[in-house]
Design a protein around this ligand. Structure first.
Ligand SMILES: [Zn+2]
Ligand SMILES: [Zn+2]
Length: 273
């Protein structure tokens, strides 16, 4: 497909980090919320702050059931009455957690189940969910294709398996986890059991592991690279940026890439393609 130069595909990082994840992927006619990890009210506020209208959302897609990805889901589903896409196992885990919290089984009016590895469409956006190694029941990353543009999301993963590398080839926008600095995590305040979980093969991706991907496996395709899900305790934006820049510069990419850091507290300006 020829690339549309109409600047109508965009990615907005509304929130990113262990206190809530939420992003918007838009084409000319379709708008997807990727994860609902901040409150409904805050999702509305941040969309409006970047000039977007929450009532124009077409669907919500969920990567996995951890609360930093679903915290606002029930409220948003009720308010917006749009289709909610997740895997069957993720839906069950979410419903169980909600029931344990409130004693009532949550109802999703428009639940759409997808399976990892099977592509589907939301409006004119093609979605491909793929399995990532993380300690949730059925966690996925996504690639999105619209108007000749490919966008990849891979956060909440302990390492980058070959299958994930393959999915991320040819992305124009690449949103990648850069969770922690290994040394900061090691000496930091977390209990050892939590440190072990974060560092494990089903935990979170370190700056170093991401740098290794950039140096050795990344195909240099993206116009924009977004570092996401940074730990506030065990990372520093400047350290994450420096590590990524160093790795990308090794490939001569420093000037042809735009490197952005997604934030926990505020939305980033939309990336327009
Ligand atoms: Zn998670
Ligand atoms: Zn997370």
């Amino acid at each position: 497909m020829l690339r549309n130069k109409g600047m109508s595909v965009s990615v907005s990082m509304l929130a990113s980090g262990s206190r809530g994840n939420c992003a918007v992927v838009s084409s000319a006619s379709t708008k997807i919320l990727v994860d609902a990890g901040i409150s409904g009210r805050e999702t509305f506020r941040r969309m409006k702050a970047i000039g977007d209208d929450p009532h124009t959302l077409s669907a919500i897609l969920i990567t996995h059931e951890h609360s930093d990805h679903v915290y606002g889901l029930a409220t948003l589903a009720k308010k917006l009455r749009i289709p909610i896409f997740m895997t069957g196992a993720t839906h069950q885990a979410w419903a169980r957690a909600m029931r344990n919290q409130n004693g009532v089984k949550p109802q999703l009016e428009k639940l759409e189940r997808f399976e990892s590895g099977h592509r589907f469409h939301v409006g004119d956006i093609e979605v491909k969910p793929f399995t990532i190694p993380h300690d949730a029941v059925d966690p996925v990353g996504f690639t999105f294709r619209a108007q000749g543009i490919k966008i990849g999301f891979a956060t909440d993963l302990g390492y980058i398996p070959v299958s994930v590398r393959d999915h991320l080839r040819g992305c124009d926008v690449l949103v990648m986890e850069s969770n922690h600095d290994v040394e900061m995590l090691r000496v930091g305040p977390y209990p050892w059991s939590v440190k072990q979980r974060v560092m494990s093969r089903v935990g979170h991706l370190s700056n170093l592991a991401l740098a290794d991907f950039f140096s050795n496996d990344y195909d240099n395709s993206a116009t924009f690279v977004v570092l996401a899900h940074l730990s506030e305790q065990n990372n520093h934006p400047e350290i994450a940026r420096r590590e990524a820049e160093r790795a990308l510069a090794c490939r001569g990419n420093l000037f042809c890439n735009r490197l952005l850091l997604a934030a926990q507290a505020e939305a980033l300006e939309p990336i327009r393609l």
